[in-house]
Design a protein around this ligand. Structure first.
Ligand SMILES: Cc1cc2nc3c(=O)[nH]c(=O)nc-3n(C[C@H](O)[C@H](O)[C@H](O)COP(=O)(O)OP(=O)(O)OC[C@H]3O[C@@H](n4cnc5c(N)ncnc54)[C@H](O)[C@@H]3O)c2cc1C
Length: 372
């Protein structure tokens, strides 16, 4: 059996651990400096935009599609294995289009998706009014409804992945930052890293997966192959309304101008998120930064503009997170670490880590199986 060590237990590391736990050829250990899902994953809204995304070919679409497929079996599989329900919304995503000039692009996407076997509906404002009477349609030219896209609670998902992996024999070590590696001396040829060190223990390993999000740069610097993954701040909030919005039997995620309104049930909604690039900011500086409250207020105002009833709600929670964004290459980074024959990167998922975690896990599993 091959010993695999996964560094980082956000939604990506947890998904990889679970997927590997289903393969008989791997013994898997996961290390995280904190508890599971405390990084970017804790801040995510879990909106999974696959069919409604404008990516139609290439690696990015393939990953989205693979995740969409895997999610269909993954959610019931985990719920059965762990006995825990995972909050998720399968009523689709409704994206409001405020500019009639964008409609030809949406029609073209609709055609492409039809050929690919997916459904996208273009709704005239009257249809939107009928299905979602809570939305303000003054400036809405049309809406695009994607019934096959969905939303999932990232924290509950991560916990279920950890519980499922643990039930299948994966070992977890939480509260242990990885501080070094064996075989990490600079060398020109292909190196093999034989052990991972935390402050309190050394774990011998056959292969390593770095799914450490914003921890990727320091870890790869230790390995003399720096991979830059920088922070992009996101703020979001939770709001409670005494009277739930719209029709009780139709509660899709709504998106307008890149602002999500995510129904959680019983009058609770997530609203977000900001996308803020702290210029030239290191991770330590970003972690110490005070978020600008006005930016989150602007997101709330944007949501109120398309859904005025939100203005009557009470904000019950505000939070922020740092998205791991690769610098100088496209998100996500799923590839071997240059110079090493047994280290894989599964990182830099930026705005789509929850969506892409299952596809990432499948890609990593396939790569590790090929290592022989
Ligand atoms: C406000 C907001 C909204 C978002 N909404 C969505 C959304 O709707 N849909 C979507 O798909 N994505 C969304 N995202 C993006 C998503 O959160 C990320 O892409 C995803 O969580 C990345 O997961 P990850 O596991 O790679 O990273 P993380 O969750 O950050 O996990 C990395 C883990 O590595 C650990 N680690 C780091 N360094 C070390 C080390 N040296 N040793 C041990 N452990 C280490 C950390 O403790 C952490 O647990 C959102 C993000 C934000 C901030």
């Amino acid at each position: 059996m091959k010993q695999i060590t996964i560094i980082g237990c956000g939604v990506v590391g947890a998904a990889i651990a679970y997927e590997l736990s289903l393969s008989p050829g791997f013994r898997v250990t996961v290390i995280d400096q904190a508890a599971a899902g405390q990084g970017a994953t804790a801040a995510a809204l879990g909106v999974a935009m696959a069919v409604i995304s404008h990516k139609v070919k290439g690696r990015n679409w393939r990953l989205r599609e693979a995740s969409l497929h895997r999610y269909r079996s993954l959610i019931p599989e985990l719920e059965t294995l762990t006995g825990q329900a995972i909050q998720h919304n399968t009523q689709g995503i409704l994206s409001l289009c405020f500019d009639a000039e964008d409609l030809p692009r949406w029609r073209s996407l609709q055609d492409i998706r039809q050929r690919q076997g997916y459904r996208l509906e273009l709704w005239q404002p009257e249809v939107v009014c009928d299905r979602c009477p809570h939305l303000n349609l003054d400036r809405v030219a049309a809406a695009i409804y994607s019934p096959q896209d969905f939303q999932i609670n990232p924290t509950e998902l991560t916990q279920a992945l950890v519980a499922g992996a643990r039930a299948n024999g994966v070992e977890f070590h939480f509260g242990q930052p990885v501080v070094g590696f064996d075989g990490a001396d600079p060398a020109p040829d292909s190196r093999v890293c034989g052990a991972v060190h935390t402050a309190s223990q050394s774990l011998t390993t056959d292969a390593i997966v770095i799914s450490a999000g914003l921890g990727t740069l320091p870890l790869t610097q230790t390995l003399h192959q720096p991979v830059a993954v920088g922070p992009v701040l996101g703020q979001a909030l939770r709001i409670h309304l005494d009277t739930p919005l719209g029709q009780s039997d139709f509660q899709p995620v709504v998106n307008g101008n890149d602002i999500h309104l995510v129904p959680l049930g019983e009058g609770d909604y997530w609203v977000g998120a900001t996308v803020e690039f702290p210029p030239e900011t290191s991770l330590d500086e970003a972690l110490a930064m005070q978020p600008e409250a006005e930016r989150l207020e602007a997101v709330l105002a944007g949501a109120i503009a398309y859904c005025p009833a939100i203005a009557q709600g009470t904000v019950t929670q505000r939070w922020l997170g740092l998205r791991p964004r690769p610098q100088g290459q496209a998100a996500p980074v799923i590839q071997p670490l240059a110079g090493y024959s047994n280290i894989w990167l599964a990182t830099g998922h930026y705005r789509n880590g929850v969506l892409l975690a299952p596809a990432t896990a499948l890609a990593v599993r396939d790569a590790l199986e090929r290592l022989g």
